[in-house]
Design a protein around this ligand. Structure first.
Ligand code: PLP
Length: 460
C-alpha cells in the first residue's frame, strides 16, 4: 500500500514516510492510494477483541511496512491504559446507542488515536535513528491527549502552547501535571489564535524546522485517522449480529477527522447507511452538506469548544473523493478557497455528498437541553460534544440503529453540565486526583522568539 497527496505532487510514499511527513510537502493531505475491501472479512472480524480488530484493520493499510508482530505490540501498548476492558464499549441509552470513546487516560476520544501515534512514533524513530520535536497549540483536548500519548517517549520532545488562563482548569491541570522530562508546557500570554499563529510561523522557518526536526500531531496525520477507523467496525459488530444489516453513525464534528474515519470504514465495505455530520453553531460543514457552501466564518465560542473551528483541516481528504480523485481539480478548489475563503459546489458533486452524509447544526440551547433530557430520562450524563451528536441523531428518522459517538467524559466539561442540570458532574478518580499533583509550566510572552528560544535552550 502506498500513500499519495490530494494535490498530486507527492506519490509512492510508504506508510512510514506518510506518518513522518504529516502534512504533505505539496500542501495537500496524504491518503492511501486505494481503499482496501473488507467485505469478506466481516464474519471473521466480528469475533475479534478491540486490539485484534485494530491489528486486522490497520494491517490492511500498512501491509509489510511494519512487521505484523511489531504492529501487534504497538497496538497492545496503545490500549493497555484504557479503563474499560472493551476499550470502546457501546451502551444503549433510550433510542440511541452510545459508543463511549472516552475511556483513555485523558477522558476524550483523541486518546484512541494519540496513544497509538505515540507508540508508533517511538517505534519508527528508533528504526529511522532520528529525533522529533513536536510543537503544537491547544485550546484543551488535543494538548492533553498529545502529551499523554508522547510522555516519556524516547527521541521525542514536546512543546505544547496553551493560552494562559483560557483553558478549563481541569484541562490545564491535565497538561501541567505531566512532569516527564520530554514534556514542556508553555502558557502563552495571549489567545489560542496567537499561540496557533506562533506554531504556524515556526513551521514556516524551514531551516529551523529541519534543524530541530519539527513535527505535528494534529489530526491531519494519517495514522490518527487510521486508528479511528477501528471503532466503527467494533461498534458495528456489537450492534448488528447480521453482517448484512446497516447502521447509522452520528458524529460530533470539528476538523472532520472522526467522521472521515467512518467514511473510510464505509468505503471498506462496512454496512453504514448514513453518516450524520453533527456540528455546533460553528456550522461550516452543515452549510456545505446543506447548500454546497464551504464558506469560512468567524468562530463563535460554544459549549462544545473542541468543535469550535473555522475550517475543517481533514475535509480536503473527503473533497478529494468528491473530486473523483482528480488532483488538478483539488488544486483549483483549494486555491480558490485559499484566496476567497469560499468554496461552492453544486450539481452532481453536491448530490453525491448529500447522498453520503446527513448534517445538522445544533444550537447552544439544544445542546444543554439534550444533556438535561438524557440525565432526567435515562440518568445518563452526556458531555456537550456528545450531546450535539445525540441531538443530531434524534432529528433523523431511520429504520436502522443509530450509534452516537461519545467523544468526551462529561466531567471534562463541568461548566456546561452544571448549566444544563444545575449540578456539577462527579469527577472520576483520575481527574479528581489532579488537584493535588505538582505542576510544571513556563509562562511566556506571545511571541515566536520566546518559543524559539525555549526550544533552542532546552534541546541544546
Ligand atoms: C476533537 C474533538 C471533537 C471533534 O473531532 P474532529 O475529529 O476534529 O471532528 C469532538 N469532541 C471532542 C471532545 C473532541 O476533543
Amino acid at each position: 500500500m502506498n500513500y499519495k497527496s490530494t494535490r498530486g505532487k507527492i506519490n509512492n510514499l510508504t506508510f512510514t514516510e506518510a506518518v513522518m511527513m504529516g502534512l504533505a510537502d505539496d500542501g495537500g493531505l496524504l491518503i492511501p492510494d486505494h481503499i482496501p475491501k473488507a467485505d469478506d472479512c466481516l464474519s471473521e472480524w466480528r469475533n475479534y477483541s478491540f486490539t485484534e480488530l485494530s491489528l486486522a484493520v490497520m494491517s490492511q493499510f500498512i501491509e509489510d511496512d511494519i512487521p505484523r508482530a511489531d504492529l501487534e505490540s504497538i497496538i497492545q501498548n496503545s490500549y493497555k491504559n484504557f479503563d474499560h476492558s472493551e476499550i470502546t464499549p457501546v451502551v444503549p441509552i433510550g433510542k440511541v446507542l452510545i459508543l463511549e470513546l472516552f475511556h483513555g487516560p485523558t477522558f476524550a476520544f483523541k486518546d484512541v488515536a494519540l496513544q497509538f501515534l505515540g507508540n508508533l512514533f517511538e517505534y519508527l524513530l528508533k528504526k529511522l535513528e532520528r529525533k522529533l520535536t513536536v510543537i503544537g497549540a491547544t485550546s484543551g483536548d488535543t494538548g492533553s491527549a498529545a502529551i499523554y500519548g508522547l510522555r516519556g517517549r524516547k527521541n521525542v520532545s514536546v512543546f505544547m502552547l496553551h493560552p494562559k488562563g483560557r483553558v478549563s482548569p481541569i484541562q490545564e491541570r491535565q497538561m501541567t501535571t505531566v512532569l516527564d522530562e520530554n514534556i514542556h508546557n508553555l502558557a502563552v500570554e495571549g489567545t489560542f489564535d496567537d499561540a496557533q499563529e506562533i506554531i504556524k510561523s515556526l513551521f514556516n522557518e524551514l531551516e529551523f524546522k529541519q534543524e530541530y526536526q519539527l513535527g505535528a500531531v494534529n489530526s491531519i496525520n494519517w495514522a490518527r485517522v487510521l486508528a479511528q477507523i477501528v471503532y466503527y467496525f467494533y461498534a458495528y459488530f456489537k450492534v448488528q449480529s447480521d453482517s448484512s444489516q446497516p447502521v447509522n453513525f452520528s458524529v460530533p464534528t470539528g476538523n472532520f477527522g472522526d467522521v472521515l474515519a467512518g467514511y473510510y470504514a464505509k468505503k471498506m465495505g462496512l454496512p453504514i447507511d448514513k453518516l450524520i455530520v453533527a456540528t455546533n453553531q460553528n456550522d461550516i460543514l452543515h452549510r456545505f452538506f446543506g447548500e454546497g457552501h464551504y464558506h469560512k466564518n468567524i468562530v463563535r465560542p460554544s459549549w462544545s469548544p473542541s468543535m469550535d473551528i473555522q475550517v475543517s483541516s481533514n475535509f480536503e481528504r473527503y473533497l478529494y473523493y468528491l473530486a473523483d480523485q482528480d488532483a488538478d481539480q483539488m488544486v483549483s478548489w483549494m486555491d480558490s478557497f485559499q484566496q476567497s475563503g469560499k468554496l461552492t459546489l453544486s450539481g452532481e458533486v453536491l448530490k453525491q455528498a448529500q447522498s453520503e452524509m446527513l448534517s445538522t447544526s445544533v444550537s447552544e440551547s439544544e445542546t444543554l437541553e439534550t444533556i438535561k433530557n438524557y440525565h432526567q430520562k435515562y440518568q445518563y450524563l452526556l458531555d456537550p460534544h456528545t450531546a450535539v451528536g445525540v441531538k443530531a441523531a434524534e432529528a433523523f428518522d431511520s429504520n436502522h440503529p443509530t450509534i452516537c459517538l461519545a467523544t468526551a467524559h462529561p466531567a471534562k466539561f463541568g461548566q456546561a453540565v452544571k448549566s444544563a442540570i444545575n449540578s456539577e458532574p462527579q469527577l472520576p478518580p483520575g481527574l479528581a486526583a489532579l488537584k493535588d499533583l505538582e505542576t510544571r509550566c513556563q509562562v511566556i510572552p506571545a511571541t515566536k522568539e520566546a518559543v524559539r528560544n525555549i526550544i533552542v535552550q532546552t534541546l541544546k
